[in-house]
Design a protein around this ligand. Sequence first.
Ligand code: ADP
Length: 609
Amino acid sequence: MHILVINCGSSSLKSSVIDHRTGARVGSCVVERVGQEGSRMRFNGEWEPLDAPNIEGALKIVVPRMVENLGGATITAVGHRVVHGGVAFDRPTLITPEVEKAIEDNFQIAPLHNPPNLAGIRAARSVLPDVPHIAVFDTAFHATMPRRAREYAIDHKVAEAKNYRRFGFHGISHEFVSHLAAKHMEQDVRDLRIITCHLGNGCSVAAIEYGRSVETSMGMTPLEGLVMGTRVGDLDPGLLIQMQRDGMSLDEVDAFLNRDSGLKGLSGVGNDMRDIEARAAEGDERCRLAIQVFAHRVRKYIGAYAAVMGGVDAIVFTAGIGENSEVIRHRISQRLDYMGAVLHEDLNRDAKVSHESPVFEISTRNSRVRLLVAATDESLQIAREAAKIVEARQATKGAERGIPVAVSARHIHLTQEAVEALFGPGYKLTERNPLSQPGQFACNETVTVVGPKRQLENVRILGPTRPDNQVEISRTDEFFLGLDAPVRASGDVANSPGCKLVGPHGTYEMKQGVICAWRHIHMHPDDAEYFGVSDKDVVEVAIQGTSRELIFGDVLVRVSPKYKLEMHIDTDEGNAAELSKGAEGALLSATDGNALLRRRKTRFDEVAE
Ligand code: ADP
């Protein structure tokens, strides 16, 4: 498929036509200084003057040229980069007038980026009205961040009313390079914990746990986090108050922190890392300090994110500085040996990446954590996302077949060793009733689960016995017991807290295994084929036939010939959906932006009431 990718700024425009499978560029155009003196465009490598009053005018020139350039081939879809998706968009979305309106609603939280993004969308839709246009958001990849990472510690009523929360950016790039890294490592991204460092003019780090972003350094706006070209990154908010007390106006503070800080502010020579490195090498003290502060901040985040994920398998460097600066990579990678990351200095010096050869490994052979340089390609990622939506629109079976939904009460799976400790030597679990999943049964036996704070009695054991002990509880139970249980897929118990179990014969100390079950759908391979999903995919499901319609995002798909089609949610989730017997879920196709938006709106309105 040929996808036209458009990235519209306030006075600049980048666009290319990309074959979404190969990443090959069939045409490209860069436009600079639109509406200003010296306005020009570079079409397939050649610069020429451009006479357009604004971005809309520029697109009306550029898009027909790109189409002409295809020599008879057609554009299947247009992918638009949109910086801020706000709370409404957590995935790439087919653009409709309703979607345009929702992007407009986010102007207030992204005043610099969303207005030109939307102007580009409107102009491109008027020039190419007959192809689907898809918005791909910089924030969407981070929508999986848990609340603990998303919330600022401020009055929750104000936070909710104003949507003051962390969103994160550069998601298109973080997602793209995490997949590149996994491919290079010949592993599934869903089995890896990756820290991606996007170090360009804007900089951010992301913690990507098993394919999902769980933390990132940018927040409500792209100002938080790392030191950037001209942006300050992390700062004591008390300083904002002090600056205003010292007489700076709001606009002055804004300009100071967004345009005159970061590398530019620290170095005093500008925001280009190449210049700063050159001056530092000549002995310029301020440039040396700029480099030290920059690298120190990144290293600090890497340590923090390894702690957040309980370990890390790969650290990836990308974007202008990450891909090109051996000096910065060297500094960041110092003193990471304690976590098993060892830089190979020669490889680091030699590293070169390109679209054709996008990954270069710079860790030593015995480094447990792989250090990688990866060439980001946000346009290709946008083209892929747009193509995915086009393909899914062509196969719209998903929502027509209901998925039975069951509430899974708290329960426990035990090893034979634990069974014997709790019920006596040689004891065998006895079946009370069979469960919906073939071969699984609820037992007559129960145990008491003891947490640091309180205990839960009569927790049902599910059989048969398993290789690992696992207690599955809800968030409410978690707080009741006083435990911090991570959301995990069944069987994934590494680095989870333990607890004490009490049975009629004795007690048993579980070292780990207390989790909140990640809501999931069991599917037979035939079901998976029908729905067009595979094991470990994450989907969105609308619950129907209840008194409240609700959409559950972030639902894990588990496929096995042993499974029968059924979605499992915990008691908190069941209560939230006011689930009644016979409730069904509809697997939503990600393409249906309108339906998603309508449903989501209903949900937010309900919450607001
Ligand atoms: P943007 O965020 O605008 O897409 P880029 O990813 O192009 O930015 O990154 C721009 C940054 O990369 C600049 O600070 C530039 O100095 C830096 N950079 C590019 N090449 C090198 C290099 N060889 N050595 C050091 N820094 C580099």
